[in-house]
Design a protein around this ligand. Structure first.
Ligand SMILES: *[C@@H]1O[C@H](CO)[C@@H](O)[C@H](O)[C@H]1NC(C)=O
Ligand SMILES: *[C@@H]1O[C@H](CO)[C@@H](O)[C@H](O)[C@H]1NC(C)=O
Ligand SMILES: *[C@@H]1O[C@H](CO)[C@@H](O)[C@H](O)[C@H]1NC(C)=O
Ligand SMILES: *[C@@H]1O[C@H](CO)[C@@H](O)[C@H](O)[C@H]1NC(C)=O
Ligand SMILES: *[C@@H]1O[C@H](CO)[C@@H](O)[C@H](O)[C@H]1NC(C)=O
Length: 391
């Protein structure tokens, strides 16, 4: 007993001794803005969505082979700053083969976007997509895959050495050589790759449902999506137009309608910017007949021609209820076609703005803008856009 209390006293003295030199005891929270290594004050997690199914796992041992399981639930992590200074929380939705670690810190150990936005006074929500990371899946399912290192090099980290699209040679911002085994930042990124559901309709439906359930629980939020989650963000916005106050879509899955020639896993988005239905007015019940389109000429060298609606264009009545920004890097494969996503939305009556990084003076980025050397400069552009929209 005595021994235990001595340990306790020693422990609290140690805590105090560690805390005091850092100057954080009794320091007003606002002065921690730039200097605090721990930008959040409170962290919690919960799960939302999910349903029970009866299923069989043939490979399992005798206790686990069959029974009732929960599937499609969403892992959600909530980070709260010392002072909540913003009206709406930010909800971060990562892309293919990624998890919520994307936003926590960069693969070379610098501050991530979560910390940056906590310092601006936002509550931050981070998820692992359904069937991904900490959101469970039934392991007998064969429709999952992990990208190999070669894919990561080709499409993200050393795109300049492959030159598969006209802008790729402009890439300069990866914080390392971008090669496995010799670049700690590459190895850290690759170590964080997890299995993804390859069935696009299943994945989009799961993410949409989970997103709607999450917004119903937490209330209005600003949604930030990356890549594969582009279609999910548009779908969540269509489901809950009153709860999505703004959407920043970084290099969203695309381009509208058609899959382009030179992308990684692009899929036809038959409803325009999604694979599953979204609301149009006049109503569309079958996009093959209800959306009349044409392919335009490319507006510049090195970009694809956009698929657009024939006029009079049908309106995306739900997505038109909040502002959307499409952000595109200078060198990433999306440089070929993201402008078409912004154009599709604008034509359909949406307040959509194309944040083309090179046009804003930000050069040399590839697809993972929030991990690269200038990640915080780009976070600042997101913050500026949110402020400009009065959110
Ligand atoms: C925190 O830092 C940001 C960026 O420098 C600044 O815009 C904001 O006003 C600061 N907030 C506080 C409470 O000091
Ligand atoms: C699972 O099977 C049990 C036993 O047959 C049944 O009572 C239950 O309703 C089933 N649950 C679901 C989610 O289908
Ligand atoms: C496995 O995946 C398929 C197709 O993606 C899906 O229809 C099925 O429900 C999944 N099975 C389980 C047990 O999760
Ligand atoms: C994909 O998933 C959907 C919904 O779960 C299912 O209906 C469809 O058959 C699946 N497609 C493939 C190719 O497995
Ligand atoms: C796709 O590639 C084919 C063959 O290289 C080419 O003929 C076609 O014009 C390309 N389409 C687009 C939209 O760039």
């Amino acid at each position: 007993m005595l021994f235990l209390s001595i340990i306790c006293v020693l422990l609290s003295l140690k805590t105090l001794a560690l805390a005091l030199p850092l100057g954080q005891v009794g320091t007003p929270a606002s002065s921690l803005n730039q200097s605090s290594p721990e930008a959040f004050a409170k962290r919690s997690y919960f799960y939302i969505g999910g349903r029970y199914i009866n299923a069989t796992q043939p490979q399992a041992g005798k206790y686990y082979t069959s029974g009732t399981y929960m599937v499609d639930q969403l892992y959600v992590e909530r980070l709260e700053p010392q002072n909540i200074q913003q009206k709406y929380p930010l909800l971060f939705w990562h892309g293919a083969a990624q998890t919520g670690t994307n936003w926590l810190n960069t693969p070379d150990g610098r501050e991530g976007w979560a910390s940056y936005f906590l310092r601006q006074g936002y509550v931050v929500y981070i998820i692992d997509q359904p069937q991904r990371g900490r959101s469970p899946w039934l392991p007998d399912n064969s429709s999952f895959a992990i990208p190999p290192t070669q894919y990561i090099e080709t499409y993200f980290t050393t795109i300049q050495d492959f030159n598969l699209w006209p802008q790729a040679h402009l890439h300069t911002q990866w914080p390392g050589t971008g090669l496995p085994g010799s670049d700690p930042a590459f190895d850290a990124l690759y170590a964080s790759q997890v299995q993804l559901q390859l069935n696009v309709t299943e994945s989009e439906a799961n993410n949409r449902n989970a997103g709607a359930a999450l917004l119903d629980r937490i209330g209005p939020a600003i949604l930030i999506t990356h890549s594969q989650a582009g279609a999910y963000g548009f779908g969540i916005g269509d489901e809950r137009p009153n709860l999505v106050k703004g959407l920043i879509s970084i290099e969203p899955s695309g381009p509208p309608i058609a899959a382009p020639n030179t992308t990684a896993g692009a899929t036809p988005q038959v409803w325009g910017v999604t694979t599953l239905p979204v609301a149009y007015e006049p109503t569309v019940s079958d996009p093959a007949t209800g959306l009349k389109t044409e392919v335009q000429s490319p507006i510049a060298e090195g970009v694809v021609g956009c698929t657009v609606q024939l006029e009079p264009a049908k309106r995306m009545v739900n997505l038109a209820q909040f502002p959307i920004a499409i952000m595109t890097s200078e060198a990433g494969y999306h440089a070929q076609y993201d402008y078409c996503t912004a154009a599709w939305l604008s034509q359909a009556g949406v307040d959509a703005e194309w944040l083309n990084l090179p046009a804003l003076g930000v050069h040399g980025n590839s697809h993972f803008v929030f991990m690269e050397k200038n990640s915080l400069e780009i976070a600042g552009l997101v913050q500026n856009w949110i402020q400009k929209k009065g959110l």
